[in-house]
Ligand binder design. Structure first.
Ligand SMILES: [Zn+2]
Length: 290
C-alpha cells in the first residue's frame, strides 16, 4: 500500500470518528421535552328531551308558553392512565320504544335511540374498560345507564352521594336511586378533583343545581381547553342572562357557581360547551373529529 493511500485512509477514519463524537455531543445537548399527554374525547347521544314547560328554567315568567328541544349527550375521556365516562344519558328502558315518553307532569318528553353497550362498541370499548364514572349530577337525564358501570369507580361529591343514597332518598327518589344503586366502588369528593393528577381532566365543584353538582375541564391539547357545563346552564340564554331553573336545589348558590364558572372559563381561556344545547353538541363533535 503506498504512503498516500495509508494517509488518506487515516484521514477518513479520523473524520468518521469526529462526526461520530459530534453526533453524540449533540444528542447529549438536546433538551428532553416533557412528553405531551394525549387525552382523547368521544361524545355520544344519550337521548333527546323536549322541555314542554320552559318556564321551569327561569325564576320569572320569561319562558312562559315556550318549548325547547334539548340534547342529552354523554362523554368518554381516554387518558393514558385510565378511562372516564362523564354523565350517563337518559334511562335505557327508553331504547326501542315505539313512541317518545312524556312524564306524568307533562314537563318533559324524552327518547333514547341506543344503549351505552352498543355505543361503546363503536369505539372498540366495553363497559369493563371504563375505570371511572362521574356524573355532573344525579338527575334522571344524567344517570340513565350508570348501573352498567358497577366495576368502575364512581367519582361523586360526598354531599351529592349522601343526598341521593340516604334511606329516605331510596324511597322518595327511587327512580334516581335505582339507576345508581349498583355503583359500589365510590370515591367521595369534597370540591375540585384532578382525575389523573396532571391537570388535563379536572372535575370542578359547581353546586346549586343539585347539592353536589359538578362540571368538567378537559385539556385535549387543542388551542383552548374544553369546559363542559353539566346543568349549570341548560341553554344559551340562561348563560347570557345568568338565569337559574326554579327546580334547582339552591338558586343563590347556583348564581355563585355561575360567577365562579365564568371566572374560571375566562382565566383558563376555555371553550365552553353547554351539554343540553343541540348546537353545542354538534360544535363539540366537529371540534374533536378534526
Ligand atoms: Zn340535565
Amino acid at each position: 500500500m503506498d504512503k498516500n493511500k495509508t494517509m488518506r485512509r487515516r484521514i477518513l477514519i479520523l473524520l468518521l470518528i469526529t462526526i461520530f463524537i459530534s453526533c453524540k455531543k449533540s444528542e447529549q445537548n438536546e433538551v428532553v421535552k416533557p412528553q405531551k399527554i394525549h387525552v382523547k374525547l368521544y361524545v355520544f347521544d344519550g337521548g333527546k328531551i323536549i322541555a314542554n314547560k320552559l318556564e321551569l328554567f327561569s325564576e320569572d315568567t320569561t319562558y312562559q308558553g315556550q318549548r325547547k328541544v334539548l340534547a342529552d349527550p354523554y362523554y368518554v375521556v381516554i387518558h393514558p392512565k385510565g378511562k372516564l365516562i362523564w354523565d350517563a344519558g337518559l334511562p335505557e328502558n327508553l331504547v326501542g320504544l315505539a313512541e317518545q315518553f312524556t312524564d306524568p307532569s307533562g314537563a318533559f318528553t324524552v327518547s333514547r335511540k341506543d344503549s351505552v353497550k352498543n355505543q361503546l362498541k363503536s369505539i372498540g370499548l366495553t363497559v369493563n374498560d371504563i375505570d371511572y364514572i362521574a356524573l355532573s349530577h344525579s338527575h334522571f337525564d344524567h344517570v340513565g345507564h350508570a348501573n352498567a358501570f358497577k366495576n368502575s369507580t364512581w367519582l361523586v361529591q360526598e354531599n351529592e352521594y349522601n343526598f341521593f343514597t340516604n334511606d329516605s332518598a331510596k324511597v322518595k327518589q327511587a327512580d334516581i336511586y335505582n339507576l345508581i344503586k349498583d355503583l359500589k366502588k365510590v370515591r367521595k369528593l369534597s370540591g375540585d378533583y384532578d382525575v389523573f393528577g396532571d391537570s388535563t381532566v379536572v372535575i370542578k365543584s359547581m353546586p346549586g343545581h343539585t347539592i353536589g353538582h359538578q362540571v368538567l375541564y378537559l385539556d385535549l391539547g387543542f388551542e383552548q381547553a374544553v369546559l363542559l357545563t353539566g346543568d349549570l346552564y341548560h341553554f344559551e340564554e340562561n348563560r347570557t342572562y345568568q338565569r337559574a331553573p326554579i327546580f334547582n336545589y339552591n338558586i343563590p348558590q347556583t348564581k355563585e357557581s355561575m360567577k365562579d364558572f365564568e371566572a374560571f372559563a375566562k382565566s383558563n381561556n376555555a371553550n365552553v360547551f353547554i351539554q343540553h344545547s343541540p348546537s353545542d353538541f354538534e360544535r363539540l363533535k366537529a371540534l374533536i373529529n378534526n
